[in-house]
Design a protein around this ligand. Structure first.
Ligand code: B16
Ligand code: MG
Length: 218
């Protein structure tokens, strides 16, 4: 019996993943570190600090903490510039209708995002009121693939992971959901997200009936 859904934000609810990519790419360029879309896949769902550490490791660059903080602030400033105009029209296809259907059927809704900007983005989208709980990068200590973000969501909803479906676009997030004992539907590339119970290309056409049928065999 599915009683709640936990949504990742970047790449599931809204296409802000492209702004994270653009901002990290700009930062990598400024450090003359080559940075591909394939490498970016490894940053999805990963915290800001761990993302920077990975990029610096790829470029074999070592920096002190003060410089790392400066670079993270710069990346976040660029991310905020790129996402400044985000509004309801930027929500990924199928998301508003699915949130509405969940609400009408008393299936609870939570956010499980690594982003420290999640609240601000949900506000811009005008969908804050749908959420019974919001767990974001400000509330967790361990980044995905650690299951903390989703386990905290389950605790706040007072439900077991087996009663919850996680929607994720990142391999780190799918791994986090499965490590926590949740059902998980991957949004995106079936090869990248093979660890999910089922993978669909997008949220378009998502419904309670479809969700239940996708996770019914795991
Ligand atoms: P911030 P999600 C994640 O959000 C992004 O996928 C990841 O690319 C980003 O580095 C991370 O949030 C931290 O974001 O810099 O805004 O705190 O996919 O878990 O919703
Ligand atoms: Mg994501």
């Amino acid at each position: 019996m599915i009683k709640a859904c936990l949504f990742d934000m970047d790449g599931v609810i809204v296409d802000t993943a492209k702004f994270h990519f653009k901002a990290w790419q700009r930062l990598a360029d400024s450090l003359s570190i080559p940075f591909t879309e394939e490498q970016n896949e490894e940053l999805k769902g990963v915290s800001r600090v761990e993302s920077l550490e990975k990029i610096l490791a790829w470029g074999q660059i070592q920096l002190n903490n003060a410089k790392k903080i400066e670079l993270m602030d710069l990346k976040n400033k660029w991310y905020l510039d790129y996402s400044a105009e985000v509004n309801a029209a930027d929500m990924l296809d199928g998301v508003p209708e699915f949130l509405q259907e969940l609400r009408e059927n008393n299936i609870r809704i939570g956010l499980g995002s690594s982003s420290k900007n999640a609240l601000m983005i949900l506000e811009k989208l005008g969908i804050l009121h749908f959420f019974d709980t919001i767990i974001d990068g400000n509330k967790i200590h361990m980044s995905k693939p650690h299951p903390e973000v989703f386990l905290r969501g389950a605790t706040e909803l007072k439900l077991e992971p087996s009663e919850i479906v996680v929607f994720e676009d990142a391999l780190s997030g799918v791994e986090a959901a499965k490590a926590g004992g949740f059902h998980c539907i991957g949004i995106g590339d079936a090869q990248v997200l093979a660890a999910a119970d089922a993978v669909v290309p997008s949220m378009e056409g998502m419904s309670i009936e479809r969700m239940v049928s996708l996770v019914s065999n795991d």
